[in-house]
Design a protein around this ligand. Sequence first.
Ligand code: QAP
Ligand code: CO
Length: 193
Amino acid sequence: MTNLSNYKLEGEFLKIYEYPAAVLKKIAKPVEKFDEDLKTLVKNMLYTMYKAPGIGLAAPQIGKSIRLFVMDINFNREEVIDENGEKTTVLSGFNPLIIINPKFTLSEGEYIYEEGCLSVPGIYENVKRSLKVVVNYQDIDGNPQTIEAEELLAVCLQHENDHLDGIVFLERLSMLKRNFLTKKYLKKHKTNK
Ligand code: QAP
Ligand code: CO
């Protein structure tokens, strides 16, 4: 696996598409070229995810309909007062994961977790998903990898993989909650524009 322990927080903050943007509803295409452009995109996606801040970001969320997402469920955020007496956020201890062309080979058990999404800001709700998953994928160099995950890591893999299939977490809720939260979100979303 590519060594990411030397990850540096740098890049460009990308525009995050918000529900109901059309790109969030499309089935994303497999990544075929593992070139410099892909490395730049991944670097900028990680930067955007950390700065947002979020724990997962899929390519469709930044307007690219390709089967790629980045995640990190285990980094530190600290609010500090800098030398000018101003509050700033310091990010450290990064554990970035880059998942390309994922294929789930096992999903078992049930697990409920309160999810949110950078593309549906301000909305959080419990979602029932699999407790344990095994996922085959390609790394940034195109090499095959496997990840076994449980609980939050498994939830994150399932949430981000849904984005590649044009699904946002609202669609994983009961019809009642889904209708209620979608209406609430769209109302706020429109008045903010
Ligand atoms: C997906 O979500 C996820 O509403 C990643 O105002 C969430 O990073 C996987 C965020 C929970 C597993 C469990 C959401 C930031 C970030 C917001 C995120 C917001 C600001 C969401
Ligand atoms: Co999301």
